[in-house]
Design a protein around this ligand. Structure first.
Ligand code: PRP
Ligand code: MG
Length: 177
């Protein structure tokens, strides 16, 4: 039996004021994840465009992109590949450093995680400035993967990341707020 779909999964997101810093309105996905039907509906939303022709793998970005990406990979019947924060992967890695508002950060993936030219769907929870997602796209492209799309559960439109987005890779959002 399939679970009843909680179509109004966006109602399960929680706004938290002044987190992680004063002035930031944080979108907390934990109440959504804790609701079986809501979580399933959110994953169904991300999976819908890919059911007919699934990618080779879903790639998720640490940390919250792992939660959604692993569930999405299972929903599509494909494998999951992690893009991780520095120093976490045991094998040989390819890394990409990217600028933040203050300072820089780094993403890593295993060099042998994907076959050359593999079509992959990149997933994360939130698109804010877009820096994280753009860096992950670049890392995958350096590795020779074909990023069929980058998909986020929530796009924060006020930060205008879509206006700066590399048009070569489609940017999909389950919810634009
Ligand atoms: C958050 C969020 C996205 C990213 C979006 O991750 O999960 O990955 O920031 O911001 P951007 O579009 O400005 O790059 P973060 O690294 O803060 O935490 P996490 O480990 O909980 O995913
Ligand atoms: Mg994150």
């Amino acid at each position: 039996a399939t679970a009843p779909v909680q179509a109004d999964w966006p109602a399960l997101l929680r706004d938290v004021a002044d987190f992680p810093r004063p002035g930031i309105l944080f979108k907390d996905i934990t109440p959504l994840l804790a609701d079986a039907h809501g979580f399933a509906a959110a994953i169904a939303t991300l999976a819908a465009p890919w059911r007919a022709a699934p990618p080779h793998a879903v790639v998720g970005i640490e940390s919250r992109g792992f939660i959604l990406g692993a569930a999405l990979a299972q929903a599509l019947g494909v494998g999951f590949v992690p893009v991780r924060k520095p120093g976490k992967l045991p094998g040989p890695t390819l890394a990409l450093d990217y600028a933040l508002e203050y300072g820089s950060d780094r993403l890593e993936m295993h060099v042998d995680a994907l076959p050359a030219g593999a079509p992959v769907l990149l997933v994360d929870d939130v698109l804010a400035t877009g820096g994280t997602l753009q860096a992950a796209v670049a890392l995958l492209q350096q590795q020779g993967a074909h990023v069929v799309a980058a998909s986020v559960l929530i796009e924060l439109s006020a930060l205008s990341a879509r206006q700066r987005w590399d048009a070569q890779v489609p940017l999909l959002a389950g919810l634009v707020i």
